[in-house]
Design a protein around this ligand. Structure first.
Ligand code: FES
Length: 90
């Protein structure tokens, strides 16, 4: 798994939110919800892919035991930013 970013500014285009993430932060899904964003979810640990979102720019890494959703997509319940900026369609 690539090394997570030291920090990341996450822009959520549909929710019109900007969120700061650091290692040790809550999962992105939780941060988005805390900031007032609405995200679909079910399992919250990378199994169901209900939470999948499109990544417009930036890089993320999923845990090695999780099947990633494919290019240009991420699971905010379990993926971590690798780049210092991330733009998501959520
Ligand atoms: S909520 Fe199930 S994979 Fe994210």
């Amino acid at each position: 798994m690539p090394i997570a970013a030291a920090q990341c500014t996450i822009t959520c285009t549909k929710s019109n939110l900007t969120i700061e993430w650091r290692p040790g932060s809550l999962p992105l899904l939780d941060l988005i919800e805390q900031a007032g964003g609405r995200a679909a979810y079910s399992c919250r640990y990378g199994n169901c892919h209900t939470c999948v979102v499109d990544v417009i720019s930036g890089e993320v890494a999923h845990p090695p035991d999780i099947t990633p959703p494919g290019d240009g997509k991420m699971l905010p319940c379990c993926a971590a930013p690798v780049s210092d900026k991330l733009v998501l369609v959520i």
